[in-house]
Structures are given as structure tokens and as C-alpha cells.
Write a protein that binds this ligand. Structure first.
Ligand code: DX5
Ligand code: ZN
Length: 224
């Protein structure tokens, strides 16, 4: 399967959101990546389900909703009702992760779990078969525009091996500091979904950058 590209709307100009959505709709991007932050799990606040619902109206592609919030189990159904297609919660925010993952699946959304840079992938060993997606955070969550943490490549590789060993269909998403300069390495390590915020929206031609991110690895036969 070719890899997916999910532009992170956090890096868009929020005074011109409609244009940003239209650009992504027309581009080769696969998903919209939406970052929900609560000022508690991460030291930043963005938007909630009300805005996700408005974004759903503008989006012609699936919404990949990344919940950087404490107690996400309280809001799963509301984000699903707002139009989330993939709902990702943080491992570090869920003492009862298995239950939350089941809630996401029962809501009809695809279930993702994100891990912070310090969280080892092996902690997902006993829940991997229940996950549609694992999001490897390659920066500390909370802000766009940070530098990619290179140790993430080792985590992606370890996760890929775990997925092969357990024979699951789990997608590996990589989020934070992803751009044209490191996408090939990330894909070679075994990733399936590239989240890209600043590298897309701060580039001269965002749609073209998305096309280039899609193209990477295609001619070299990187298969995951
Ligand atoms: C960070 C968010 C990311 C962020 C990525 O907490 O989860 O999705 O928007 O932005 P860039 O690509 O600029 O690092
Ligand atoms: Zn994110």
C-alpha cells in the first residue's frame, strides 16, 4: 500500500481556513490531521469538537483527530459525532487504554494510540492487535514547528517488527517535524502515514509539497 500523507491543519492560517481545506481537498493528501489540545495533557490549547464539526463540513477527506487531552474517554462519542474518522488517544493519558480503544471502535471510528518520545513501543505489545493505528510522536506534543527527534526512527523500526511478528494491519503514523528532508528515512523505517504541518503550510506551494511527500519512495520501491 502506498503511504498516506496527512497535513496538520494546526500549521494553517486560521483566518483563511476555508482556503486551506480547499487546497488539501484538491491536493494528493489522504487525510486531514486535526490536533486537539486541552492545556492539561499538553501545555497548549487548540480547539474542540465544535470546531471539528465545522471542519468536517469543509473536508472532502477523512478526519484524523489526534486527541492530546486528559480523560479522552469522556469525549470519544462527541468527536465521532463531530465527524472524526480516526480517533487517536495518548497512551500516557489512558490508564484504561484497552477500554478507551474499544469505545473508539464501538463508535465506528478507527482507533489510534499515540506515544510520546519517551514511551517505548513495546508497551503496546498487548494491545497492538486492537489498534488500527499507532502514532509515533517524533516531537514532544503541544506545538507545531519543532525539530524531528531522530531516535523516533528506531521506534518506527521496532514497531514495524512488532507488527510483522503479530501479523496485524496496524498503520504506523509519524507526527512532528516531518518534511521532505526526512520523509524517505521515515518511510524506510516502516511508517505508513506522514503527518506534516509546517513543512506543508510554510512552504511556497503547499499542494506541491504534499505531492512531493506522496511521491517519496514511490519510484524507489519502498514498501511497507
Ligand atoms: C504536535 C502535533 C502535530 C503538529 C505537527 O503536538 O501533534 O500534529 O501539528 O506539526 P509539524 O509538522 O510542524 O511538526
Ligand atoms: Zn498531531
Amino acid at each position: 500500500m502506498p503511504h498516506l500523507v496527512a497535513p496538520s491543519i494546526l500549521a494553517a492560517d486560521f483566518t483563511r481556513l476555508r482556503e486551506a481545506f480547499d487546497m488539501v481537498n484538491r491536493s494528493e493528501a489522504d487525510w486531514f490531521h486535526l490536533d486537539v489540545m486541552d492545556g492539561r495533557f499538553v501545555p497548549n490549547i487548540t480547539f474542540g469538537m465544535f470546531i471539528v464539526r465545522a471542519m468536517k463540513k469543509m473536508a472532502e477527506k477523512p478526519l484524523d483527530v489526534h486527541l492530546m487531552i486528559v480523560e479522552p474517554e469522556k469525549y470519544i462519542q462527541q468527536f465521532r459525532d463531530a465527524g472524526a474518522d480516526v480517533i487517536t488517544v495518548h497512551y500516557e493519558a489512558c490508564p484504561h487504554l484497552h477500554r478507551v480503544v474499544q469505545m473508539i471502535r464501538e463508535s465506528g471510528a478507527k482507533a489510534g494510540v499515540a506515544i510520546n518520545p519517551h514511551t517505548p513501543v513495546h508497551l503496546l505489545e498487548d494491545i497492538l492487535e486492537d489498534l488500527d493505528l499507532v502514532c509515533v510522536m517524533s516531537v514532544n506534543p503541544g506545538f507545531g514547528g519543532q525539530k524531528f527527534i531522530y531516535n523516533s526512527l528506531l521506534k518506527i523500526k521496532a514497531l514495524r517488527e512488532m507488527i510483522i511478528r503479530q501479523n496485524t494491519n496496524t498503520l504506523i503514523e509519524v507526527d512532528g517535524g516531518v518534511g521532505l528532508q526526512n520523509a524517505e528515512k521515515i518511510l524506510q523505517a516502516g511508517a505508513n502515514v506522514l503527518v506534516a504541518g509546517s513543512s506543508v503550510f510554510r512552504s511556497e506551494n503547499p499542494a506541491e509539497t504534499i505531492a512531493q511527500l506522496k511521491q517519496i519512495g514511490q519510484d524507489k520501491g519502498i514498501a511497507v
